[in-house]
Design a protein around this ligand. Sequence first.
Ligand SMILES: Cc1cc2nc3c(=O)[nH]c(=O)nc-3n(C[C@H](O)[C@H](O)[C@H](O)COP(=O)(O)OP(=O)(O)OC[C@H]3O[C@@H](n4cnc5c(N)ncnc54)[C@H](O)[C@@H]3O)c2cc1C
Length: 492
Amino acid sequence: GLVPHKGCCLGCHQDPNSMAGEPRHVVILGGGVSGLAAAHYCQTEFGDAVKVTLLEASNTFGGWCQTEPRVSACPAAFLERGPRSFRAANGDPTFRLVHELGMEEELMPANRSMCGSRFVFLGGRLVRLGLVSALRYIGIINIVREMFVPKRTHSEDEDESVDAWAHRRFGGGLATLLSAMLTGVYAGDSATLSVQSVLPILVQYERDYGSLVLGGLWSMCSGLVSGVISRLTAVLQQLMGRPPTPVAAVDRFVAHCKRQTLAYSFRRGIGCLAQRLAERVRTAGGADLLLNCKATHLELPGPGPGPVLVHAQDRDHNPLSFQADHVISTLPAYALAEVLDRSVLAAAPHTVLADCSAALWSIPFQSVAVVGLCLRSPEGCPVLPEHQGFGYLIPQTEGQPILGTLMESLTFPSAQPKEITRLTVMMKPPGPINNRTWPHEQPLDHLISLVHGAMHKHLGLCFAKGQSAAGMSFSVLWTQILLHNHCIPQYT
Ligand SMILES: Cc1cc2nc3c(=O)[nH]c(=O)nc-3n(C[C@H](O)[C@H](O)[C@H](O)COP(=O)(O)OP(=O)(O)OC[C@H]3O[C@@H](n4cnc5c(N)ncnc54)[C@H](O)[C@@H]3O)c2cc1C
């Protein structure tokens, strides 16, 4: 989700609330959406009891959560650098944040039917993925059989890849579908991603119920029962003339958002969430948000409580330092590992830090290209109606040059005029993940021709002729390519 919880806290361990007198100094490393959210929640939870300093290495806040400036030829269309939407089902923390920031009007609901219409590229064609087609693809016999597959206990030392887990319990059908799904979330390979790390619910159901099917049935039934009980309680309260339990405005807002549709974005792009967070933290007072300020190393006093000295440098490499009671890191794993490595060198040897940094370095990161296509077609979207929806994902086994395509203008029709179609294609560098980056001189023409080839094959859009399989003509308003290195962690 967009309000991550991955930050790790270094330094002394007292509750800032419990400390009388001087405000506690919290230094936050990283000004992406996690760092900004951490600063915001420090302020709202602890008020004057804390002073926050946030250090961001780049010249802008938001990290991956940024919207590229609108292209002047087409003012209604923009390109998201990283995230472009979030799911309503697990969006509670994001909705609450939106409410706290007064951004309710900026929230942009997805078209429900388009959002529910998702495809997988299987056997050389797009297949709409509904519950029935998914069950059929997995195989009813495999689903029944899964309830009798002996359970296996997972531990930190005994892990399994998602692909191996799916093959062991259900066979190849589910393995292929999960491969497509993880392409969408991690741009990763289900044969290497750890099932415990990326889909812990599968492991939890196997451990607790002996089977995913039994666990799923059990939680469905208990959900139904608790729904019925809460309805009955409300009806009884009404019959007895008792006023209904008051619901806070924020809870009403969250419930409304979750009922309304399946996914959301923001009218001016998702980057506005990070920008608004930064504004709010600044105006709330008691916080310094520093751009162009790169954390370099920490001086820790020792294993016990005590202040931490955070060293950083500004744009001109001038050294800066901050004495912190608490340090919250929201840096990507490799950036924190670099900081910890230097910390070990700067201070006395500290095995805990060395172990942490080794663990952080061991997390590979995937590089991704985001290719934005903006098409104009006076007759509307040139994609065949039967292929219109949220987009499609491609399992590794299909051997395609792209990971998948998002049909953003169909998902968010209010973001641009009807004649504009926005598609976003995701790609990764060829070969295994292995921390591969895009070559310095990556020929962009080559990427564009791969994308055009894929669009022709998958969606029937012929860019050479400006004609679609639906018989519509279209022109390309702009193509924008963003090459991101080391942007998505792979928990293998
Ligand atoms: C292409 C792409 C598509 C995505 N799509 C979605 C989506 O659709 N939905 C969704 O929910 N999520 C999506 N995500 C994931 C989402 O973007 C991330 O989970 C989220 O943005 C992470 O935010 P963060 O603040 O934790 O980290 P980051 O955004 O990585 O921020 C870390 C910050 O730390 C700064 N930094 C680094 N080193 C230092 C240092 N030494 N000192 C100080 N600062 C430093 C960086 O400059 C950066 O600003 C996507 C990600 C990518 C890359």
